[in-house]
Write a protein that binds this ligand. Structure first.
Ligand code: G4P
Ligand code: NA
Ligand code: NA
Length: 194
């Protein structure tokens, strides 16, 4: 998605060889016009999958997920994060390990909002090692929901998540794939889609 790549080039900050800061339009301040285009792009890439619901993870996944939900005309569920959930009744849940933070967090969704009748599009802002998305996939399995595919705003192509998910045969559509952050520069993968 050209406009997104331009935005990353103009406003993204390369924090290190592995971290790209995009607080100006995705992770702190949100650009609603671009987010609407992102939602429409996800819709066009998953238009024929019979999606009934979008699932994302709080907090930064919510904006692109809501825009995709608006465009597809389906509800959006965000998984909640919590460190110590004692009550797991009426919840689908999964442990998600963060390599960056070196800690595990439990994520959960109420059993009220996912069922075996759902065909789910998973959306997230970043794809790095894929642990958050794999946690969401596990919750869909618990619910018996079908997975239509995964929509990612920015994939870090030099980390493992994309390969892990695609090797499972999952359709992963990333709107920008960053292949390198070396020398303070963002290098995108050439192809226009996944
Ligand atoms: P990691 O262990 O492979 O680094 O990834 P993890 O999935 O644990 O990511 C931790 C948080 O950092 C996630 O947000 C994820 O979206 C975000 N993230 C990972 N890599 C980058 C990056 O290069 N740039 C930016 N801006 N974010 C990155 P989170 O903690 O769930 O926060 P939230 O923003 O969704 O609230
Ligand atoms: Na984040
Ligand atoms: Na995220």
């Amino acid at each position: 998605m050209q406009r997104l790549k331009q935005k990353i080039e103009n406003e993204g900050v390369v924090v290190s060889e592995s971290v790209l800061k995009v607080d100006g339009f995705l992770n702190h301040q949100i650009d609603p016009i671009m987010m609407q285009e992102i939602g429409e792009e996800f819709t066009s890439r998953f238009a024929n999958e019979g999606v009934t619901k979008i699932v994302t993870l709080e907090s930064s996944g919510i904006a692109p997920a809501v825009m995709a939900g608006l465009s597809l005309g389906v509800p959006v569920v965000f998984a909640r994060k919590s460190k110590s959930l004692t009550l797991t009744d009426h919840l689908y849940s999964a442990d998600v390990y963060s390599f960056t933070k070196q800690e595990s967090n439990q994520i959960s969704v109420s059993t009220d909002y996912l069922s075996k009748d759902d065909i789910v599009l998973l959306i997230d802002d970043f794809l790095a090692n894929g642990q958050a998305v794999l946690g969401m996939v596990s919750m869909l399995e618990q619910a018996g929901s079908a997975l239509a595919g995964i929509g990612i705003v920015i994939e870090k192509g030099f980390q493992d998540g994309g390969a892990i998910l695609r090797s499972r045969g999952i359709q992963v559509e990333s709107l920008a794939i960053v292949d390198s952050l070396a020398n303070g520069e963002v290098t995108f993968r050439d192809e226009k889609a996944s």
